[in-house]
Design a protein around this ligand. Structure first.
Ligand SMILES: [Mn+2]
Length: 287
């Protein structure tokens, strides 16, 4: 049986899953992927069950991205806004459960692109902890876990590093809350990839193996040996997924500031990424 699974983000292909493109699951399965990161926000509730059925049929694991959109602000000074953000997240949890998604991950501790001009205050930190604890307890009833994904300074000011994220996890103190680490963000914020990953042993629920330019892994300067050696040393046994974008007409591209083609096409990106990740997993006996 395989230990670490190889995943790919739906954004390589589409920003919204529907009956016309759900065959992408067959496509990635054929390449050899075991898992897909689906977009929990854009998928219609009515289509959630179809997604689940298709994934189950193909024996694909699904994880779900659902970063807080503008207007949903869990660390707002306005209590009403914080409540709305928490309610929104509970709805995402219900949808995840309907879709057969057990991990709800992303920038869920703050809103991407919303800045105050200062670093995080202790009050904002507490707002995030209180809100996430409530969502986490709600999510337990649905068998869903939450993953905080620390993201680079240009996307948010609350959690940029693994160290800060571990502090927030300790404060939330719920077993169904962990981390999603992403080598693209880590490359900007961490001094030592190996040390940062191993410092979060047992707390990493998902991992994005992204190149420094978010193109095909293995074609840039991420220290991949440090990354996979660290995953080996912490006995990581979940999914490593590539999260890239080839089509900048996809609406998510503007959120992550991708303005150029990072690979010739989705086919090349998926095949080459899978090949590289598999090779690294084999090298470190993670497969
Ligand atoms: Mn990511």
């Amino acid at each position: 049986m395989k230990k670490v699974k190889i995943g790919i983000h739906q954004h390589v292909f589409t920003s919204k899953l529907n009956s016309e493109n759900i065959d992408v699951f067959d496509y990635i399965k054929e390449i050899g992927f075991d898992s897909m990161d689906v977009n929990l926000r854009s998928t219609d509730f009515d289509f959630a069950r179809e997604v689940r059925k298709k994934a189950e049929k193909l024996n694909l694991t699904l994880t779900g991205g659902g970063s807080l959109p503008k207007g949903k602000e869990i660390i707002s000074q306005d209590k009403q806004k914080r409540t709305e953000a928490v309610e929104y997240m509970k709805e995402i949890v219900r949808k995840a459960s309907e879709m057969g998604v057990a991990l709800y991950h992303g920038l869920i501790y703050a809103t991407a692109g919303v800045f105050t001009g200062s670093g995080p205050t202790s009050e904002e930190f507490e707002y995030a902890v209180t809100g996430l604890k409530e969502v986490a307890n709600y999510a337990k009833k649905y068998g869903v876990s939450l993953c905080l994904e620390p993201a680079n300074r240009y996307e948010n000011y609350m959690l940029n590093t693994v160290e800060d994220s571990l502090k927030m996890l300790d404060a939330i103190d719920e077993p169904n809350v962990g981390l999603l680490l992403d080598s693209y963000h880590m490359n900007i914020e961490e001094k030592d990839m190996y040390k940062s990953i191993t410092s979060a042993k047992g707390r990493i629920f998902h991992f994005h193996v992204n190149e420094n330019d978010r193109g095909i892994p293995g074609t840039g300067h991420i220290p991949w040996d440090d990354v996979f050696r660290a995953l080996k040393d912490i006995d990581y046994d979940r999914v490593v997924a590539v999260e890239s974008f080839v089509d900048n007409s996809i609406d998510i591209a503007s959120v992550v500031a991708v303005w150029r083609r990072l690979a010739p096409d989705a086919e090349t990106l998926s095949i080459e990424s899978h090949k590289f990740i598999k090779q690294m997993l084999e090298k470190y006996a993670l497969t």
